[in-house]
Each structure stands twice: as structure tokens, then as C-alpha cells.
Design a protein. Structure first.
Length: 637
């Protein structure tokens, strides 16, 4: 009997804890009590646990209320809406954008767009996932959210609990904790007070894990208005981007958040884009309405500013505000003025220049086009421009020099240290950019006239029987001539008024980009063209052109003797046509003195129908067009 009573007592001691544990349930989601700290239970015998429970022990230690669900820490605070990524349609410019770019005649790659339009072409912002790095302290806990609760000390717990519809989470052996409507930052205080009613000597941490997606409505002038699903941690900005942003008629500066029929916040995207300020960007809640208003007045700011764009104005915005939106002036901008073109003046072309800072406070109107100018591209009057010139050859210090406005050629030589003893100023080559441009234009026109003349001659000239081969050869020669001429480039040389015996250069006015090359005194005279022995011959004083022609063997049978010409070392040209006849004793060409470095050229007789032969003035062909001796040799005439 005594043995039977002992067995009953032992069974009662074992069954009682198991019965108490069963009150918390025995499903897989419920907590398994593993250890209970008790000074009076150290001698209790172990007993089998109820079905579905871990075996209870009487080992001294903290109570373990639960175990981690196995989710990794990286999954915390990550929210997926389940929507696919939505690619937005190609950007469509507004009518005002088309008008501005039409006025500026911009290429597609440089067209001015609406400020903030890059937000509208981000496919990631159009749909897909919202991955939140952390829950802000002002987040309000809502039904469906996950709460991560960790307790250590006298009790161990690592729990992931879902807030039910009544805003409550249930903690084993603690009971219900009302967390619905509680700020994330206040969760620890709420949980600590409730757990302290069941346990002592513990610490805990609590945070929001998975956040339940919510539905909000985006209305007004949005790219895709309607109901959208966003993370419970999303703000007004997230909702706007998920809806594709403002449409072409939508405002970037008038976005309203309404809750329960009341406007609770207004948001200006320019605060974020210009000032990095998201202070007004509130978190949205379920069934909130985000309204995008119509676009306000718009102006374009272009030219030498840091951000060319079309900007939306608010009431009271001035010219100074528009320039600030554009990032201010570029480093090379002319900060003393801008121009203003009103939309109403588009037909008259009237443009107003506004001096700064006097007009900084001027009010703007929708459709205004504001242009800032660069001091680099705006040319100063020649009297105020410094002059850059390159000097080389027979000077003491050849190189590039920057001279003050109004400097002369002699000033440039002095800056280069003066001429050397071997310098030959008469043969100096002085070239100018503006002259080269004029010569090139004239030369291109001459080539076109030559082509037209040849084409007209081909159309009217009768080809007799047996002359076909001759005509073909002539056409091929003309084609080669034109091709050779197209390869030539004028040199831009300016003939200086300097004598053969002068020891200095003239005081000619300089222009920016001029070049001066001073050669040493030559010792030869060149004879080229249709002669029997082309080459350079030793210069001797008192020799005339006919003497050098005699040294070269004289003109060939095919030479055009009436068109011979002499190019002096200074670039001046004397033609045989300036006199009655080359062989006449009073001919200017025959009497022209030949100087060191000069060149005599004898052209070939050519088809009389060609432009060159019609002109009969080789001075025009090679001197006025600035082709020089090198050009003559290249053509091989």
C-alpha cells in the first residue's frame, strides 16, 4: 500500500506541469517550455511530455519561450508588393518644350526638357519591389505587420508575431499585448511593461519585421492614376513614382495627401530635387489619396547656366528664383545681363535685355524664355581684345605671344627679341585667319564656276569624227585639274609693304591669330612650269626674268608665254599680261627686277573654254586665292 501511494504522488507531480503547459496549446506555432527556474523542483523526477511538446526538465536555467522561425536577418524590414516591374512609355515632350527647342533649334541630344522629367523615365520606380532598409521611429504599427520580439535573462524568447485585426500580438506565458496604433519607437516600452507582469530580471528588444502592403489611391494629373499597392513604409514620393509621376499636364509642385477627406500634407517635389529636403514627405496609410494637381506657370532657362530646363513657378517666384532653380550661372557666364523673350512676342521676335542685379526681382509669366550668355562666345570689340600671334624664323625668341589691344607687327617682332642678322624681312610670310577664310570662299566659288564652264562647253561643243579620243582625254585632264584644285587650301597670306633692302617689318595692325615667319635671305631664284629644265638657279643681281628662263632652257612648245608671271618673295605677283608683249623691250614683266627667293612660273597652254584660260589672269588664280608657289606646283600646270 505504501508503495502504491508513492507511485501516485510521483505521477501527480509529473502530470501537473504538463497539464499547465497544455493550456498554451501544443501546435507547432506554440511555444515549447524547455526549462523552468525553481529552487523547489531540483529533485523532481523527469516525466514524458505531452504529445507535440518538448520534454520538460527540472534543470536550473531560464525559460525558453520560443525559437527563431528561421528567417534570415536580411529578410527583416523587407517588403515586396508582388507587382511586376512596369516599363514606362517613351518620354513625350510638352507643347512648351517643343516650342522652346524649336526656338533654340536644338539637336535631339541637347534638347531642353522639363525639370524633374528624369523621374518619369525610371522603370524601377514604376513598379516592382520596395526594399526598406529600416523602419522609421514614427511608423504606426498596423494589423498584418510582423513584430520581432527577443527576450533574454530569466526568460529566453526569439519570436516573430503577426499583429491581428484587433491590433494585438499574443506572447506565450505573457498574454496579449496591444501594439496596434503604437509608434515603432514606443514598442519597446509597451512590450517591457507587459512582459514585466509575468517575469523579472530580463531584457528585451522589439522591432517591426515584415510590413504589410497597403492600398492607396493616386488621382489627378498622374501618368497612371488609380489604386496602387505600396509598402506600409512608403511615403507620398513612393506613391507618386509608383504611379509614373506627374503627367505632361501634371504639377511637380502641387501634390496633396488626403486622409478621411481632409488634406493633411502638401508636397513640392522641387524641395527634394533642389534642396535635398524630404521633410514634408509623409508616410502614407491604407486608403490615403495622393492628388497631383495641374501644372503651374512654366518658364525656360537656357544658355550659360548650370542646369538648362523648363521650370514650374509658384506664386511670387521672380527672375532670381528661376536662375537659382537652374543652378545659377555657369563659370563662364556673363552675369551682368540676361535676355527675356515673352511668349506673346514670338511673332515679332522682340527680345528684352535685362540688366542684373537690377532686374532680379522682376516677375515672370508663363511661357517666358530666359537666356544667359557666355563671355567666352561673346566677342569683345577689337579695341578691347588681347592679340595672340605666332612669330618664328629669323627672330631671337620664336614662339607664341599675347599682346595688348592695338599692337602692331613691329611690336610682335620686339616681343620676340628682334630680328637676327640673317633675317630677310622682304620675304617674310605674314598670314591672317580672316584673309584665309575669304580666300577659301573665293576659291570655292571659282571651282564651281570652272565646273559650270566645263559642263556648258561639253554641252555645246561639236565633236567631229575621229576627235572622240581627244575629247575624252581633254575631259579627263579637266577632271584631274578640278580634283587637284579641291585639294588645295589658301594660305591667307597678306602682302606687306616692305622693300627688298628693308631691315625691319612695317607697323601693320595685328589681328588675333596672326602668324609671322621671317626667312633668311635667299640665294636662288626658282623657275617652274612649262620649261625644259625646271629648278632653282643662283641669284645674280641685274638678271631679268628672261635671263633665268634662258637658264631653264626657255619655254616649251606648249607653254602659254603670254601668261607667265613672277612671284616675289614678299608674295606680290607680276604678270606678263601687264605689258603689251613679253618680247617687247618695254614690257613691265621683262623689266621687273628679280630678287632673291623669287619664283618664275610658265603655265601651259590650255583649252580656251575653261575658266582658267578665260580669266587669263594667273595673278587672280594663285595670288588672290592665296595658293602660293606650293599650290602652283601641286596643280602641275
Amino acid at each position: 500500500m505504501r508503495r502504491l501511494c508513492a507511485l501516485v504522488l510521483v505521477a501527480s507531480a509529473v502530470v501537473a506541469p504538463a497539464t499547465a503547459l497544455a493550456q498554451f496549446g501544443n501546435s507547432e506555432d506554440d511555444v515549447n517550455i524547455l526549462q523552468q527556474r525553481s529552487a523547489t523542483s531540483t529533485s523532481a523526477a523527469p516525466a514524458p511530455a505531452a504529445q507535440g511538446e518538448a520534454p520538460a526538465t527540472n534543470v536550473t536555467g531560464p525559460v525558453t519561450l520560443g525559437k527563431d522561425s528561421g528567417a534570415t536577418s536580411n529578410a527583416r524590414n523587407s517588403v515586396t508588393t508582388g507587382e511586376p516591374v512596369i516599363a514606362l512609355p517613351p518620354y513625350v515632350p510638352t507643347e512648351f518644350e517643343k516650342y522652346v527647342n524649336g526656338q533654340l533649334e536644338r539637336a535631339p541630344a541637347r534638347q531642353v526638357r522639363r525639370f524633374g522629367s528624369t523621374l518619369l523615365t525610371d522603370a524601377v520606380g514604376a513598379g516592382g519591389q520596395d526594399t526598406v532598409a529600416g523602419v522609421p521611429g514614427n511608423y504606426i504599427v498596423k494589423p498584418g505587420d510582423e513584430i520581432v520580439l527577443t527576450i533574454w535573462g530569466s526568460v529566453d524568447a526569439n519570436l516573430r508575431l503577426t499583429v491581428d485585426r484587433s491590433g494585438v500580438i499574443s506572447v506565450p506565458r505573457v498574454g496579449a499585448i496591444n501594439v496596434g496604433g503604437v509608434r515603432s519607437a514606443d514598442l519597446k516600452a509597451v512590450a517591457t511593461r507587459r512582459v514585466a507582469q509575468a517575469f523579472n530580471n530580463f531584457e528585451l528588444s522589439v522591432s517591426v519585421g515584415q510590413v504589410r502592403p497597403i492600398r492607396v489611391f493616386v488621382s489627378g494629373y498622374a501618368q497612371r492614376p488609380g489604386s496602387i499597392t505600396v509598402s506600409g513604409l512608403s511615403s507620398v514620393l513612393h506613391a507618386v513614382l509608383r504611379a509614373g509621376g506627374p503627367s505632361a499636364a501634371g504639377s511637380f509642385r502641387d501634390i496633396r495627401l488626403s486622409r478621411d477627406g481632409q488634406v493633411i500634407a502638401r508636397y513640392d517635389l522641387y524641395d527634394l530635387l533642389l534642396n535635398d529636403d524630404r521633410g514634408a514627405d509623409q508616410l502614407v496609410q491604407a486608403d490615403d489619396v495622393v492628388f497631383i494637381g495641374p501644372a503651374g506657370p512654366q518658364v525656360a532657362v537656357v544658355g550659360s547656366v548650370n542646369q538648362e530646363a523648363i521650370f514650374e513657378l509658384k506664386r511670387g517666384d521672380t527672375l532670381s528664383d528661376a536662375l537659382k532653380m537652374a543652378g545659377g550661372f555657369a563659370p563662364v557666364a556673363d552675369r551682368s545681363r540676361v535676355t527675356l523673350e515673352r511668349l506673346g512676342d514670338r511673332t515679332t521676335g522682340h527680345v528684352t535685355q535685362l540688366a542684373l542685379p537690377e532686374h532680379n526681382g522682376d516677375a515672370l509669366a508663363t511661357g517666358d524664355l530666359i537666356s544667359a550668355y557666355s563671355v567666352v562666345t561673346a566677342a569683345l570689340p577689337s579695341q578691347k581684345q588681347n592679340i595672340r600671334i605666332h612669330v618664328d624664323g629669323e627672330v631671337v625668341k620664336p614662339g607664341d605671344y599675347v599682346l595688348p589691344p592695338g599692337s602692331s607687327l613691329s611690336d610682335a617682332v620686339r616681343a620676340a627679341g628682334g630680328l637676327t642678322s640673317a633675317a630677310y624681312p622682304f620675304g617674310a610670310e605674314f598670314t591672317r585667319v580672316s584673309v584665309r577664310a575669304t580666300q577659301q570662299a573665293n576659291f570655292d566659288r571659282a571651282i564651281r564656276e570652272l565646273e559650270m564652264s566645263l559642263a556648258k562647253a561639253d554641252a555645246t561643243k561639236h565633236v567631229a569624227a575621229g576627235e572622240t579620243d581627244t575629247r575624252v582625254a581633254s575631259d579627263q585632264a579637266n577632271a584631274r585639274l578640278i580634283a587637284s584644285m579641291r585639294e588645295l587650301r589658301p594660305n591667307g597670306r597678306v602682302v606687306m609693304e616692305v622693300g627688298p633692302d628693308d631691315t625691319s617689318v612695317p607697323d601693320s595692325a595685328l589681328e588675333d591669330g596672326d602668324t609671322l615667319r621671317v626667312p633668311k635671305r635667299g640665294t636662288s631664284v626658282g623657275v617652274f612650269g612649262s620649261v625644259f629644265n625646271s629648278g632653282s638657279f643662283v641669284f645674280k643681281k641685274d638678271r631679268a626674268p628672261k635671263d633665268y628662263l634662258r637658264l631653264a632652257g626657255g619655254p616649251t612648245r606648249g607653254a602659254d608665254k603670254k601668261s607667265m608671271f613672277l612671284i616675289h618673295a614678299n608674295g606680290a605677283v607680276v604678270s606678263a599680261q601687264q605689258g603689251a608683249s613679253f618680247w617687247h623691250s618695254g614690257n613691265e614683266f621683262n623689266d621687273e627686277p628679280v630678287l632673291p627667293g623669287d619664283t618664275i612660273f610658265v603655265p601651259e597652254e590650255m583649252d580656251k573654254s575653261t575658266f582658267i584660260q578665260d580669266a587669263k589672269d594667273w595673278t587672280q588664280i594663285f595670288f588672290q586665292f592665296g595658293l602660293g608657289v606650293a599650290g602652283i606646283k601641286t596643280l602641275g600646270l
